[in-house]
Design a protein around this ligand. Structure first.
Ligand code: R5P
Length: 295
C-alpha cells in the first residue's frame, strides 16, 4: 500500500498491527504523552510528506483523546501529508443528536465541526445513526460507515446453537434484523421505556414460542447496560434459556460490566471496536477491506 501510513493511538496498537498486516500499510511511529500539567504532547517519528495519513483512534472516552488527535492530524498536514484520514472504530459524541431539553448543547454538531477542520476523510463502524440518517448531517468530510453485521452473524453461526436474535429496543432493529438475516436466525424486537439514566423498562411480544432457542440480544452500544439488563430480566422471567448479550461497542460505563454479569447472562460478547475483555469478534477485516479499496 504505497504512500499511505497508519498511526495508531496507544490503546489501538494491536488492532493497528492487524490492519497493517492485512493491508500492507506502513506503520507510523509516534509518541503521545502528557506533560506534568496534563497538557498533551505529540511527536511523529515517521516521514509523512506526500503520504495519505490514517489515524486509528477510538473515540470512546473521547475527552482525553481529542486534543492529541487534533495535534496529530495537524502536525501531519503541516509536515506535508496529502490527506488526514480518521479511522475510528467507535465514534463518540453521536448520541446527543438533538436538544432534548432547552439550553442543552447538541454536542454531536459541535464535535463534528471541530473534527471537520482537521480531517479530510473518516471511517467508522456502526455509528449511532438514529435521528441523523447520514454522516454528512454532522461531518463535512466524506465519512464511510462500515458494518459489523457480517462478522457478528458469522460468530453467532459458529458459536450459538439455535439462536433467537433479539433487539432490546426499536433503535436496535436496524442491526438485529440484518444480523439475523445473515445468521439465518429468527428475530424479535422489544420495546423500551427509559425512565432515567439507569432506569429502563422493557416489554416483550410472544417469547413463549421460542423456549428452546438461545436468546441472543444484539445492540450497537452497551453503556450503562441498563437496556440489556432490562431485556435480560424479562427474558429470564419469561423462562427463556440464559441470554447471550452481543454489543458492537463495549462502552461499559462505571460498573456496567459487573452489573451485567450479576444479571445472570450466559455470556457477554463484543467487537474489538473498543478494547475490552469481552472482545471476541474481530473487526480488523472490515477496516482492512475498506482501506484496501481506497485509491
Ligand atoms: C440506544 O439508543 C442505543 O442503541 C443503546 O440501546 C443504548 O445506547 C444502550 O445504552 P445503555 O447501555 O446505557 O442502556
Amino acid at each position: 500500500m504505497k504512500d499511505k501510513i497508519l498511526f495508531s493511538f496507544p490503546d489501538k496498537q494491536k488492532l493497528g498491527k492487524s490492519i497493517a498486516k492485512k493491508t500492507g500499510i506502513e506503520i507510523g511511529e509516534l509518541t503521545i504523552r502528557e506533560f506534568p500539567d496534563k497538557e498533551s504532547f505529540v511527536q511523529i517519528h515517521s516521514d509523512v510528506k506526500n503520504k495519505e495519513v490514517y489515524i486509528l483512534c477510538g473515540l470512546d472516552k473521547p475527552n482525553t483523546k481529542v486534543m492529541p488527535l487534533l495535534f496529530l492530524a495537524d502536525v501531519c498536514k503541516e509536515l506535508g501529508a496529502k490527506k488526514a484520514g480518521l479511522i475510528t472504530p467507535y465514534l463518540g459524541y453521536m448520541r446527543q443528536d438533538k436538544r432534548f431539553n432547552s439550553g442543552e448543547a447538541v454536542s454531536s454538531q459541535t464535535f463534528g465541526k471541530i473534527m471537520s477542520n482537521y480531517f479530510d476523510y473518516g471511517m467508522t463502524i456502526d455509528p449511532h445513526l438514529h435521528r441523523y440518517k447520514s454522516m454528512d448531517e454532522v461531518y463535512s468530510f466524506p465519512f464511510d460507515v462500515l458494518h459489523a453485521a457480517d462478522t457478528i452473524s458469522k460468530w453467532i453461526k459458529e458459536n450459538i446453537k439455535n439462536p433467537l436474535l433479539i433487539g432490546p429496543d426499536i433503535e436496535s432493529r436496524q442491526w438485529v434484523s440484518d444480523v439475523a438475516k445473515k445468521a439465518d436466525a429468527p428475530f424479535l424486537v422489544l420495546r423500551k421505556v427509559r425512565k432515567g439514566d439507569k432506569d429502563v423498562e422493557v416489554s416483550v411480544p410472544h417469547v413463549e414460542k421460542y423456549k428452546n432457542n438461545t436468546p441472543v440480544l444484539v445492540d450497537d452500544i452497551i453503556s450503562t447496560a441498563r437496556t440489556m439488563i432490562g431485556a435480560v430480566n424479562h427474558l429470564n422471567k419469561a423462562g427463556m434459556n440464559k441470554t447471550v448479550c452481543v454489543g458492537i461497542h463495549a462502552v461499559f460505563s462505571g460498573d456496567a460490566y459487573q452489573v451485567m454479569q450479576d444479571a445472570g447472562v450466559a455470556d457477554v460478547v463484543t467487537c474489538n471496536t473498543i478494547t475490552h475483555k469481552t472482545n471476541k469478534i474481530d473487526v480488523s477485516d472490515v477496516i482492512a477491506e475498506r482501506l484496501n479499496s481506497l485509491d
